[in-house]
Design a binder for this molecule. Sequence first.
Ligand code: EPU
Length: 344
Amino acid sequence: MIFHQHYSLKPHNSFGLEVFAEQFVSISSEEELREVFRSKQSATPVFVLGGGSNVLFTQNVQGLVCKIALKGTRVVRETAETLELECAAGEVWDDIVRYAVAQNWGGIENLSLIPGSIGAAPVQNIGAYGVELKDVLVSVQGMMRDTGEMHTLTQEECAFGYRDSIFKRELKNKCVITSVTMRLRKNPTANDLHTSYGAIREELTKLFPETPHESYTVHHVSEAVRSIRRSKLPDPAVLGNAGSFFKNPEVSREVYERLYAEYPAMPVFMLDSGLVKIPAAWLIEQTGWKGRRDGDAGMHTQQALVLVNYGKATGQDLVRLSERVRADVFAKFSLQLETEVNIL
Ligand code: EPU
């Protein structure tokens, strides 16, 4: 293991911010990870980093940044219809999606092109186009920081919610995810695919006009999702960003009715819980922030929910802009937006 001093995190965060870690280490085995926690236990704070696609650094990191570079995938169980794939935390999420799609394994094709690592995926229960990680997740394996012991959490134990899990709550800074096991469907039929959400069906028809609906495969869905995402979401390699910056607020029926009376054009999603989800992108767009910028910090032109770094913005510039957006949404709608991205 090499411990680097004053190490640039620019290549390790999707906003492309130039901040430095006091110390940096990349670990590629469980033993190395255990050793890091054994040696750094009390004195040095250890910040565990995955793909760096959901973090906004506002300052240099005091202490040790530990990059999880555990690699490998294996099928751990198999039936005639399904298989369970265990993926190490350091694998790139979309590499696994591509691999699954190439094998014609179904379940994660709607989650194509989401940036980040496997290990970060359960923390916020990544989701897109009608599917969330929790729908396919079997278990999460992790190491307890204080003892170095390995633990397996079942899907239920992960307490998943909308962009939420036990890893953001009780196990925050306590457990480091080392691998994730997902149940995928072998040779799914068109009925197993999730194509009803949003623009997917439209995109499928546009991209594959000759293909009848009943012949769609995971490959078609994955391509449709990739195409929609590319048209709306900026590529972090070109324009620094961390996807949706805020969560979509979930409000009570009363709040919804108050807003609806004033804004009948407001798009909403009725949830089974009785709450109503309002797209934060719409709220932001109504305040005039879509495509607006202040210096090099701005809200994306194609998707108002994505905070972007046009080049030279600092973490503090980005936070300041996000606070202005939040204040304007509150002034207009009396709704508090909650950030989805971790601000450090
Ligand atoms: N809308 C606007 N203006 C915009 C963009 C969208 O008014 O600039 C409205 C439209 O009515 C649209 C609705 O907002 O129908 C929803 O927009 P979209 O389908 O783009 O999805 P989102 O709610 O903004 C969520 C996730 C995304 C995920 C998409 C697709 C959150 C916080 N974000 O965004 O996830 O890709 O749905 O399922 O839930 C991420 O978490 O980083 C992320 C990109």
